[in-house]
Design a protein around this ligand. Structure first.
Ligand code: DOR
Length: 457
């Protein structure tokens, strides 16, 4: 099998010299050629290229990496793993395998499961299941309100105790401003961010596509950009009032970017993410009524896409997150109006982001900051860097490897990928989580390790 992924439990600890890599570590602003030595899962040494001299008593395999990128393991701060409750779409096991195949060593999973993650018990279920079956680390995000209904706050303290790293009602907004204000006030006690799904439900009611000429022409009910922007503005104001740490999820419009830019200029502790589909696709994709392109917030105009790209390059947007939203054919192979919102993204996010590097919009350092160092910082987790003496959380990437997207080959259970058939550049060769080799592509430069490393089960 050319590519395999396994759980952290089954994964072998790594002892390998990565010879001739391009080490890109935004946490230390480092972008240089190096040899990286990993011994028993720990970063043993970082040497100048070809600087490794084997000592005869403890020889470890030397992998010639040809300038592949060695980066801090990627962190996806916004995914839907669907477990508990919708395991036919994704499970913690399948979703985290998709994550490591996409280069992610950790994911933060949103609470809109069935039942929602609004209690100590559900959070513990996710944490325990991930520890037993996960290929990546899983950080649960707790619900802001009970049942995601927007009315009554969850027991935030007990959720934090169970292991949540942030709060969100993602999939739905918190429409009641007083409830959002209280949530932000409580979040300060626990030093965790509030992740806001910005959507005014009255303005967006019934909408399925970006409101504009295209939705008009196609006869689809509109989701106007102001439905997002009005809530971005509101939540920035509540964050200013409370002093809370607010993170805006899936930014998709030009004016949302502008509002966040102004808030940052004011010195407010606001952060924001966008997803690859918002900087890659426009509403034009909807012309064939294919529900694979139905997502919330919706694909927007070229002007919005350009503004999102500008936000990624000038620092307004801090993170690239996938909003990986698996759905089965039952929800997607239906009329556009009736289809579920969402697209999968874990296994295509990296090459789509590297496209912005190739266009000269992002430096490699900035791209890795957006995909690793920044989301780790926002979630307050100790990932996103390569440090001598620490367990390795790292991704080895061939930035030039060209491949054609075939969702049938994905580790994800779902197939709702809008990039099917696209030719992308950039491929993950190896993913190391906590010093263990959880993913390897044995077809490329890693082939010599094929016989040495295999999952334990
Ligand atoms: O398109 C979306 N799908 N947007 C969301 O906010 C939720 C997500 C889902 O859970 O399917």
């Amino acid at each position: 099998m050319p590519r395999w992924a396994c759980s952290i439990k089954e994964a072998p600890k790594v002892s390998v010299v990565f010879q001739n890599v391009r080490l890109i570590d935004p946490s230390t602003n480092r972008d240089e050629e190096a040899d990286v030595v990993i011994t028993n899962g720990l970063i043993g040494d970082i040497l100048r290229p070809m600087g490794y001299r084997p000592s005869s008593e403890k020889a470890i395999p030397v992998l010639s990496c040809n300038g592949s990128w060695f980066v801090p393991g990627l962190v996806d701060m916004h995914v839907h793993l669907r477990e508990p409750g919708e395991e036919y779409k994704e499970t913690i096991a399948s979703g985290t395998r998709a994550a490591v195949a996409g280069g992610f060593v950790a994911v933060a999973c949103m609470p809109n499961t069935k039942p929602p993650n609004d209690s100590y018990t559900v959070t513990r279920f996710i944490v325990d299941k991930a520890a037993r079956e996960g290929a990546s680390i899983v950080y649960p995000v707790g619900a802001i309100t009970k049942g995601l209904l927007g009315e009554e706050l969850t027991e935030m303290g007990s959720l934090v105790e169970a292991g949540v790293v942030a709060f969100s009602d993602d999939g739905r907004p918190v429409m009641n401003a007083q409830v959002m204000r209280r949530a932000m006030e409580y979040s300060l006690i626990f030093s965790v961010p509030i992740i806001s799904h910005c959507e005014d439900l009255q303005l967006s009611a019934g909408g399925v596509a970006n409101e504009g000429m295209i939705s008009l022409k196609l006869g689809l009910r509109g989701l106007p950009s102001i439905a997002e922007e009005v809530m971005v503005a509101r939540d920035i104001m509540i964050a200013k009032w409370t002093g809370a740490r607010l993170h805006i999820a899936h930014v998709s419009t030009k004016y949302s970017v502008e509002l966040i830019r102004r808030a940052k200029r004011e010195g407010l502790p606001i952060t924001a993410e966008t997803a690859p589909h918002y900087f890659t696709l426009t509403e034009e994709a909807l012309q064939g009524y294919d529900a694979v392109y139905k997502v919330n917030p919706p694909l927007r105009t070229l002007e919005d896409v350009e503004a999102v790209v500008e936000g990624l390059s000038d620092g307004t947007i801090d993170a690239i997150a996938t909003d990986h939203a698996p759905h089965s054919v039952l929800e997607k192979d239906v009329e556009f109006d009736n289809a579920a919102f969402g697209m999968i993204g874990l296994e295509t996010a990296l090459p789509l982001s590297l496209e912005l590097v190739r266009k000269g919009i992002l430096s490699p350092l900035r791209a890795i900051a957006l995909l690793s160092t920044n989301p780790a910082r926002i979630l307050g987790i100790s990932l996103g860097s390569i440090e001598i003496g620490k367990p390795a959380f790292a991704t080895l990437i061939d930035p030039n490897h060209e491949w054609v997207v075939n969702p049938d080959e994905f580790f994800s259970i779902s197939r709702n990928c809008p990039f099917k058939g696209w030719s992308l550049r950039g491929r993950v060769q190896m993913t190391i989580v906590d010093g263990s080799l959880v993913f390897m592509d044995t077809d490329g430069i890693c082939a010599p390790l094929g016989n040495i490393y295999a999952p334990r089960s």
